[in-house]
Design a protein around this ligand. Sequence first.
Ligand code: RP5
Length: 151
Amino acid sequence: MGSRSDWETMQAAAAILAELGIAHECKVVSAHRTPDRLYEFAKGAAGRGLKCIIAGAGGAAHLPGMVASMTRIPVLGVPVQSKALDGMDSLLSIAQMPAGIPVGTLAIGKAGAANAALLAAAMLATHDDALAARLDEWRSAQTASVAETPE
Ligand code: RP5
């Protein structure tokens, strides 16, 4: 994530990764304030064996695109809800990538963070049967938790 202030949003992703038993790490890497850290993180991602990167950022949200420019590891971008523009700035900054460097963009805020984790899980599950079973179970439990009536 681009800032410690993004953690409130991004912990929705971390919680689901933990629930599904997916090894992960949570780091603050700012495209603007820590460009050298960004470079090291993105350039080293493939070599360290990372399989997917979830990048959450708000405002002028360059983090997901800059990470994607420096690694072939799939990058999922989460637009963090900004104070000034409610996250529309984050969304457009992340979604409007020029052709050639893709970032899979999710919804603004916690829903996007949660779905980024579920999407990462779905991608990893294509070649991990045990994870596929845990993801199916998670989805079934979600379905079972939806009451048919509102009260
Ligand atoms: C972005 O600027 C971060 O991703 C964060 O959403 C936003 C504001 O950062 P702080 O000023 O709260 O550190 O780079």
